[in-house]
Design a protein around this ligand. Sequence first.
Ligand SMILES: C[S@@+](CC[C@H](N)C(=O)[O-])C[C@H]1O[C@@H](n2cnc3c(N)ncnc32)[C@H](O)[C@@H]1O
Length: 210
Amino acid sequence: MIDLWRARWQEGRVGFHLSQPHPALERYWPSLAVPDRAKVLVPLCGKTLDMRWLAQAGHPVLGIEVAPEAIEQFLAEATTPVSRYQQAGFNISRQGSIELWCGDFFHLHIQQAAEVGAFYDRAALIALPEATRQRYAFHLAQLVPPGAKGLLVSLTHEGGESGPPYSVANQEVETLLSPNFRLTLLEESEPDDRGLCEKIWRLVRRGPLN
Ligand SMILES: C[S@@+](CC[C@H](N)C(=O)[O-])C[C@H]1O[C@@H](n2cnc3c(N)ncnc32)[C@H](O)[C@@H]1O
């Protein structure tokens, strides 16, 4: 699967990339009341401008992305100097308060995410085939502390099992995530002309008592 993503980036087949921050981020992030300086984990981040939006909102950002092409394109869009280093198999680039870790999200260890206080998933869960989504939900839960809040943007479409993006029914989102997160469905868009319907979820990592 990782080879497929590398090929997509190399060939420029990145229709999922938005030329501006996702409207749901601007609309709902403030209502989460995430503490001002909390570091935000952005799994499967691509080169999303959502990371710049989060940084401008005062959050250090930790983006995880397997395709170096995505990371280089993201970094090239700003003039801020970049520092680079390596850690545990990840090539890390830091630009201002944004840290991009190039490697497999599933190889990120809890110690490496120690400072994370919030998270943002747009098109990460739905980028993964069914067999991997359970693993993703579990790994995300391992990486964020009890009480951490986040937004998740999922979608459904009428293309059956085809993907990515995969059509992930609301029931599946709840089944995957509710063991470790409290979920609230904030918004569901009307289906577009391809039957594609986006859902915005608020998540709070459960603690031992809730
Ligand atoms: C659908 S795109 C979404 C990107 C971004 N979140 C956005 O909103 O534009 C999914 C991204 O996940 C990356 N990816 C896929 N599997 C990955 C993995 N196991 N670890 C890290 N990144 C991965 C792909 O290269 C791709 O950039």
